[in-house]
Design a protein around this ligand. Structure first.
Ligand SMILES: *Cc1c(COP(=O)(O)O)cnc(C)c1O
Length: 445
């Protein structure tokens, strides 16, 4: 057994060291090797914007635990929502039974999301909400007697989740599609948007996409895209006119438009939904990550009345999906509490302050020799390096500096909890500036 603990923090007690050793040898982490895993840090507690490690470090969280933590960790109102609900019931099946936490959540989601999205399907994770959206599209066209419309059109550099149908609309190269080639749905990929959010618009950016719609619309069930920000596929922010053009093309060619707001939804980009930058409503929207303020896993797929009614009048007579933990009351209760905090509307001020500081402190890093690009939108700040990071070294450096930032590839990026104050944000931004000066944090190309 590998007992290489050289890079793990040193001042933990024996029991904690043993637990980490077990973790290293037996516990699979996201996208990691079991043969040569990079070290994981043992978390003891988290409070506000801080993640507290067993080894004693107190880290300002720059990642919001992958976009999800909006109002901070260990929030009294969110804690209370969970306790209150668990005193009543933690779970009941959703087949034949319903409950107020789910009803209230669906009501709020219909009210908040772009107009026309009136039917809500709850599920457990973002990937599943994408599966649900894709299944809805296929069942919709089947009910319309157009089963030949069964392909999905999307753009490159996208990320929509790790399950099979969701993976089949992720970027084929980033998603290593060749590994799964025999079983993966064969979808259509247009080039990724190239004109950035703040650049001047030019219609040439949608030329190839338009051509693909024109050529293939008879076989396309739906077009799926992350609105404005392509997240895990490259952290790129594209022009709102691109999204507007997508809506027009979907209308023109009778293709359903699915918008994946799992990362962008609920304020992160400076609008409640990123769709609002282009002033569009999709036919189907996917929500996840941010929904419970980072407390529990929960996702939702909303669609129009037309889609829901057609599916229900189709051959199956119902939508063919139903997760065991659908509408979990604890998750719904904490989502309701998180949305109630959001509705008090401090998020706009929080995000605009964050955006101003990210612009002031991160954008100038463009002058650093190791930086290829810097970009900021709302509460998202990205520094694209010229070289891949050395994950183990850079992670250690960040922890030493009291921040939690987890880059991937050449991308060092943050999307801190909305409650992050100016001092904490400065600490995050400065830490990014400092790792750029440190050769050991990067691999030579
Ligand atoms: C994270 C993410 C998903 C997948 O959500 P999971 O909860 O990890 O399954 C899908 N789409 C987007 C845009 C995401 O950021």
């Amino acid at each position: 057994m590998s007992t290489n603990l050289r890079s793990l923090p040193l001042h933990m007690n024996n029991k904690q060291t043993e637990k980490l050793k077990f973790d290293k040898n037996h516990v699979w982490h996201p996208y990691t090797s079991m043969v040569n895993p990079l070290p994981s840090y043992l978390v003891e507690s988290a409070q506000g914007v801080h993640i507290n490690l067993a080894s004693g470090e107190k880290l300002v969280d720059g990642m919001s635990s992958w976009w999800s933590v909006l109002h901070g960790y260990n929030h009294p109102e969110l804690n209370k929502a969970l306790v209150t609900q668990s005193d009543k019931f933690s779970h009941v099946m959703f087949g034949g039974l319903t409950h107020e936490p789910a009803i209230d959540l669906c009501n709020t989601l219909i009210e908040l999301t772009p107009s026309g999205l009136n039917k809500v399907f709850l599920s457990d994770s973002g990937s599943v909400s994408v599966e649900v959206a894709l299944k809805m599209s296929l069942q919709y066209w089947h009910s319309k007697n157009k089963p030949e419309k069964h392909k999905i059109l999307t753009v490159k550099n996208g990320y929509h989740g790790d399950t099979f149908a969701a993976m089949a609309v992720c970027d084929p190269v980033n998603g290593m599609h060749q590994l799964f080639e025999p079983v993966l749905m064969k979808n259509l990929f247009a080039p990724a948007p190239t004109i950035a959010f703040h650049q001047e618009w030019n219609d040439t950016d949608v030329e190839e996409l338009s051509a693909m719609f024109a050529k293939h619309h008879n076989e396309i069930a739906a077009f799926i895209i992350e609105p404005i920000v392509q997240g895990a596929g490259g952290m790129r922010m594209y022009h709102p006119n691109y999204l507007k053009a997508c809506r027009d093309l979907c209308d023109q060619y009778n293709v359903l438009m699915i918008v994946d707001e799992i990362a962008t939804g609920l304020g992160r980009t400076g609008k409640l939904f990123a769709c609002e930058w282009a002033d569009i409503s999709p036919d189907i929207i996917c929500l996840g990550k941010t929904l419970t303020g980072g407390y529990m896993t929960l996702a939702a797929t909303l669609c129009t009345d037309e889609i829901a009614n057609s599916i229900s009048n189709g051959e199956a007579g119902c939508f063919m999906h139903g997760p065991t933990f659908m509408g979990n009351p604890l998750a719904c209760a904490v989502a309701n509490a998180s949305l109630a905090i959001l509705k008090r509307n401090q998020w706009q001020q929080q995000i605009s302050t964050m955006e101003r500081m990210l612009k002031d402190q991160l954008l100038p890093l463009i002058n650093h020799v190791r930086v290829k690009d810097t970009r900021v939108l709302g509460g998202i700040g990205v520094v694209e390096a010229t070289e891949n990071v050395n994950m183990e070294a850079i992670q250690k450096r960040f922890v030493e500096m009291g921040v939690w930032i987890r880059p991937f590839g050449k991308l060092i990026y943050i999307m801190p909890p909305f409650i992050t104050n100016e001092e904490q944000l400065t600490l995050l931004n400065n830490a990014i500036g400092k790792v750029l000066d440190d050769d050991t944090c990067f691999h030579r190309n």
